[in-house]
Design a binder for this molecule. Structure first.
Ligand code: NAG
Ligand code: NAG
Ligand code: NAG
Ligand code: NAG
Ligand code: NAG
Ligand code: NAG
Ligand code: NAG
Length: 489
């Protein structure tokens, strides 16, 4: 072991393992995802939670029936045996079957579930449209098309609007919420492709465009949360920005896979740009732990993991749909941070180099600490050195090893032991931290689905991350060799 090169290599490997241990955190396992899904199913109790759950289940468990699937819309009317839509169709069935009870036996225009929110019940609309499209009424006798039509007419004609036509998120008063972009336009767009009505696709775009005009702050590109009416929230609510980006993506995908894709190209292009605006605004405020503050630019609010999950999902989707990969390295970091276990050190700013890091100086404690620990391996590695200095460090880092088959949520940094994402904003009271967020559970599924579709598409844009990682490896290799010389001579 007289070679400084060997020693350098050993040191480099160790330093790499040490530096990157914060990001070796795996992929969510299937067992973990099942727990997340079960808690979502158990916890969802509001209209938007049913709708958001239906969307997450589509994307993760029946992707060929999600708008992100790369084939023309609408999907096959006959559900292939390989596709299980049961859980999604159950949401539509329960909602429509209970409609007269929840709405007091009224007829004509009405929401799918009577609710103080005008926008939220529309989120269940896509599941109801799918139930109609796949002919569920023939076996269960429910009028899905009628329920969808009533919901459409209600949102278009029975709800307050701004003078230029932005539809209120609330029934009783005119109020625009960033949340609404996820609830309403994707329903309008999907209604359009299923019924062959281009006007509705255009309406989806128009609503988004109007909402952006009202809610976006031009300086930061962050969206306000609630404008007009009683109890406004002019703050930049993290989840609200996520809702807006995610809703725009679903409309973009729906347009792109529709029969009018070519003639509506410029509208898609706008949507992609507007999603990118939000990414740029939001990620300049990401914290080193991979989370946003509840109001992103207010450090005196609390950390929220649900918005981090939702927004990261939109990064993979934008990459997949529009070949914009700018924020892929950041999304990868966030994803790893959310899947980290409690012994991982998470500092999303140490790897890989980010395209832009406007906030918080890249204070790298990373450069100083590895050297202090490296002396420890320095003593152990020489013995095994000659051929494979890799064996020792490798075994410490990657461990898909056999942890006793107990609770799959054990030791996760961002989940309680019973599988709830944490920390999260209270979904029923956006100013305070909550304990259990059904929408947060759905966002974890959205993230997994978006990431896994992106991986299947060949992980476009991952190169930018790899280039950064490769560069830092070269730096470390050189440093390792220099250090090797220093220690030997
Ligand atoms: C991620 O997890 C899924 C399911 O748990 C697994 O099938 C897949 O191979 C994993 N992918 C990677 C890159 O680890
Ligand atoms: C389809 O999904 C439902 C609910 O998720 C599940 O209960 C059922 O067993 C699944 N069916 C098949 C054939 O896998
Ligand atoms: C049906 O509607 C009633 C009345 O609004 C409500 O109390 C009940 O929880 C609903 N049931 C389901 C399964 O949604
Ligand atoms: C709706 O109709 C059902 C059956 O006709 C009846 O039992 C129920 O009381 C009605 N509900 C309301 C709110 O009118
Ligand atoms: C319901 O499905 C049928 C096809 O079975 C379709 O022609 C019709 O447009 C759909 N209606 C709605 C409101 O989606
Ligand atoms: C398309 O939808 C709009 C809005 O609901 C409606 O006014 C119009 O009649 C529809 N067009 C067709 C051809 O159904
Ligand atoms: C947590 O991660 C570390 C390193 O990434 C790994 O060594 C450890 O086995 C993991 N623990 C669990 C419980 O997964």
């Amino acid at each position: 072991m007289r070679s400084p090169l060997l020693l350098g290599a050993a040191l480099t490997l160790f330093a790499e393992c040490w530096l990157f241990r914060g990001v070796t955190a795996q992929n969510f396992t299937d067992e973990q995802l099942v727990v997340v899904q079960n808690q979502l199913a158990a916890g969802a109790s509001h209209s938007w939670e049913y709708g958001t759950r239906a969307e997450a289940l589509l994307e993760l468990t029946a992707p060929s029936y999600s708008v992100f699937y790369p084939s023309p819309l609408p999907p096959p009317q006959t559900i292939p045996p390989s596709v299980n839509l049961t859980a999604v169709l159950d949401i539509a069935r329960t909602t429509v079957a209970n409609r007269s009870a929840s709405n007091g036996n009224i007829t004509g225009p009405q929401p799918l579930i009577a609710d103080a929110a005008a926008g939220d019940p529309c989120s269940i609309g896509v599941a109801v449209l799918l139930a109609n499209w796949t002919g569920q009424g023939a076996s269960d006798g429910l009028d899905y098309a009628g329920a969808a039509r009533d919901q459409l007419e209600f949102i278009m004609s029975r709800v307050p609007q701004t003078s230029d036509g932005a539809i209120s998120h609330r029934v009783a008063e005119l109020q625009l919420w960033s949340d609404s972009v996820y609830m309403v336009p994707p329903f309008l767009a999907y209604y359009g492709v299923v019924t062959g009505n281009q006007t509705l696709l255009l309406e989806a775009y128009t609503q988004i465009s109007l909402y952006r005009n009202y809610l976006r702050d031009k300086k930061s590109n962050l969206w306000k949360h609630v404008l007009f009416g009683s109890g406004q929230d002019l703050g930049h609510w993290a989840t609200g920005n996520g809702w807006a980006a995610a809703g725009m993506l679903r409309v973009l995908a729906t347009m792109q896979r529709s029969q009018w894709s070519n003639e509506m190209y410029n509208l898609q292009s706008d949507l992609a740009a507007w999603i990118g605006e939000i990414h740029g605004g939001m990620y300049s405020y990401l914290n080193t732990n991979g989370l946003f503050y509840n109001w992103v630019d207010q450090p005196d609010s609390f950390y929220d993991a649900s918005s981090a999950a939702l927004l990261a999902s939109t990064v993979y989707r934008l990459s997949q749909l529009w070949n914009v990969h700018t924020h892929i390295p950041i999304a990868e970091q966030v994803r790893r941070a959310l899947a980290a276990n409690s012994s991982d050190t998470v500092d999303v700013k140490t790897y890989p180099p980010w395209p832009a890091t406007p906030t918080a100086s890249p204070s790298s404690g990373a450069t100083s600490s590895p050297t202090s620990t490296s002396s420890a391996t320095f003593t152990s590695s020489p013995s095994s050195s000659s051929e494979t200095p890799s064996s020792t460090p490798a075994s410490t880092s990657a461990s898909p090893s056999s942890t006793p088959a107990t609770n799959p949520m054990q030791n996760l940094l961002h989940f309680t032991s019973d599988g709830w994402l944490t920390p999260v904003v209270n979904p029923d009271s956006w100013g305070v931290e909550g304990a259990q967020s059904p929408e947060g559970q759905a966002f974890v599924l959205d993230l997994q689905a978006a990431w896994s579709d992106w991986v299947q598409a060949g992980a476009p844009g991952a190169n930018s991350a790899r280039v950064g990682a490769a560069a830092s490896r070269v730096v470390m290799a050189v440093a390792g060799v220099v250090l090797g010389f220093g220690l030997l001579y």
